[in-house]
Ligand binder design. Structure first.
Ligand code: AMP
Length: 554
């Protein structure tokens, strides 16, 4: 008999359960509300996209793309996949005609079915696939010749031919490679292009929320399926912007950046997220007279201190020197503090833009800290980068990261477009709110506030009462109240005990007397007082006493 398996959520994923989900929903409702007031509309892109989209947008050299994405070929040709596996694992023996025959038959069957799938367009028609196909056919012809007995002395050639066939089989793409999204900016840009949003009134302001997937090492505040709430502002670039026009555009962009940052900070304020800190920086743009020049200068300075750096930083000198600035290693901090700063290497336009962003943040009354080491891990950022940290999160204390990414839409094959956006880590945001609730006695976001999730517990006794209890539940729920209706009648004491455990605010007590008289008993569980209320007035009474409760904001 098959052993009984106890399934568990996959490492790095988790179930979000009530009452915590109530907090998640409130966070999301607040995001929708606040973002709505800034004119943002919701976009819901798919959760998987072509792997290439992320490789191109996020950057093939980033950790996310190079080792953290969940990717798989998208097809349902399991028969063909099985045949391929057989061919890849087979070790035909040139001295044994039976074994050669089996291999040749499997190969021919694979080639026939591939041809069918190609003609019905079930597999991608790429030039690589065409080439692989030709090599398989050639291999099949050659290997068949070994079926003639005298060929056994050509053993080397036989193994070589099998090797070639296996290589060609491995390279055939049965389906396009797709990935679970590790972030959503690439998808939003893809959608902007696909739906010609450059023809919509500009700028296009979109927000999204939902799960992202990265195969990172799980720890507190870091998961493999995590949730982000993000927003993007995309705007068609004006052609031929030079001189005064270009200068005005810089000012406008800076105001947009500041407004986006203001929106996140307002959202956090509305949630009463304590201890937030906004760090900002400008990483210039990708040109020799700006960031590229800085990177070379940085690389030079890093080479001089190479011997004192850790292994990761040493490797990054070649691959991505900016990432050295992210280092958290204690002994590297003093070395990094003495490195050249990007602020001294910005081109005139980027410097002007950065100064204007700071002025704009000032106008909006938003405190910030300049952090020249804030470079962010994704390739697409330029000029403004920002990060917001919160309390109670340990080392994973960034709740939001964002920045400007002019040119990304164009890189993905769209028109010249400017962009700025951010992503909030919702798991961390919720964690930080919960930690804060533990400290503050009000317990605003704690589990305590989730008690009383039930407005009315219906304690009904006597079979004849059930119909009235059902009708009462329908009426109260119809009025938007949360009602618990036990499936079976209960003894009075047990019913009240259960109501208490659920944190119900009221018990509606229905016995045969109440049904007969139409006067129902409503008990307030906080103070134990009870009164008789006409059936038609119960909704009103419950709502009145509900509104007397001090409700947490929002
Ligand atoms: P990024 O998309 O890397 O810029 O991240 C934006 C925000 O998403 C971060 O500041 C975190 O709050 C959150 N985040 C990123 N990766 C994870 C993860 N693996 N688990 C939980 N939150 C994450």
């Amino acid at each position: 008999m098959a052993e009984k398996k106890r399934f568990q959520a996959i490492k790095g994923t988790r179930d979000l359960l009530p009452p915590e989900t109530e907090l998640w929903n409130r966070v999301e409702a607040t995001a929708r509300e606040v973002f709505g007031t800034y004119g943002f509309g919701e976009i819901r892109p798919p959760i998987f996209e072509p792997t290439e989209l992320f490789a191109r947008a996020v950057g093939g050299e980033t950790d996310i793309v190079s080792k953290e994405m969940y990717s798989f070929p998208d097809h349902s040709l399991w028969d063909l996949e099985g045949q391929r596996t057989y061919i890849l694992l087979a070790r035909p023996d040139a001295g044994n005609p039976n074994s050669v025959q089996l291999f040749v038959s499997a190969l021919d069957k694979f080639i026939d079915q591939l041809a069918n799938a190609a003609s019905s367009r079930e597999i991608p028609a790429t030039s690589d696939n065409d080439r692989g196909f030709e090599r398989l056919r050639a291999g099949s012809d050659r290997i068949s010749s070994f079926l003639v007995p005298h060929a056994t002395n050509l053993l080397d050639q036989f193994d070589l031919t099998v090797g070639h066939i296996q290589q060609a089989a491995a390279l055939i793409k049965l389906g396009d490679l797709v990935s679970l999204r590790p972030e959503a900016t690439a998808s939003v840009c893809r959608a902007y292009i696909e739906h010609n949003m450059n023809q919509w009134p500009q700028p296009v302001k979109l927000y999204y929320l939902g799960p992202m997937f990265r195969r990172e090492r799980p720890q507190k505040g870091r998961y493999r399926q995590f949730y982000q709430i993000g927003a993007e502002v995309l705007e068609r670039e004006v052609a031929g912007g030079e001189g005064r026009v270009a200068s005005k555009e810089l000012e406008k962009d800076a105001a947009v950046d500041a407004e986006v940052i203001e929106m996140v900070m307002t959202f956090f304020d509305r949630l009463k997220l304590p201890g937030t800190q906004l760090d900002i920086n400008s990483i210039g743009h990708n040109a020799p007279e700006c960031r590229r020049g800085y990177v070379e200068k940085l690389r030079g300075a890093l080479l001089e201190v190479k011997e004192q750096l850790g292994e990761d930083s040493r490797r990054r000198i070649e691959t991505n020197p900016l990432r050295v600035l992210d280092s958290k290693l204690e002994h590297e901090q003093a070395i990094i503090a003495a490195l050249p700063k990007i602020g001294d290497c910005l081109c005139d336009d980027c410097a002007k833009h950065y100064a204007e962003v700071k002025r704009q943040l000032g106008l909006r009354g938003i405190p910030y800290k300049e952090n020249w080491r804030l470079v962010r891990g994704l390739d697409y950022y330029m000029r403004t980068t920002f990060e917001i940290t919160a309390k109670g999160l340990g080392s994973q204390n960034a709740v939001c990261g964002g920045g400007r990414y002019d040119g990304l839409v164009e890189l993905l094959g769209g028109p010249a477009t400017k962009g700025i956006g951010f992503a909030i880590g919702e798991d961390r945001l919720v964690l930080s709110l919960q930690e804060a609730a533990k400290e503050v006695a009000s317990g605003e976001w704690g589990v305590a506030s989730e008690k009383g999730a039930c407005d009315v517990y219906i304690a009904w006794m006597g079979q004849k009462t059930q119909e009235t209890a059902i009708k009462a539940a329908q009426m109260l729920r119809g009025a938007g109240l949360r009602v618990e209706l036990p499936a079976m009648e209960q003894k009075f004491g047990k019913a009240l005990g259960q109501a208490d455990r659920l944190g119900a605010r009221h018990a509606l007590i229905l016995g045969e007397d109440e049904v007969a008289s139409g006067l129902w008993t409503l008990k307030k569980l906080a103070d134990g007082t009870q009164e008789k209320v006409a059936a038609g007035d119960v909704v009103k009474r419950v709502k009145e006493s509900k509104s007397l409760r001090v409700r947490p904001h929002p």
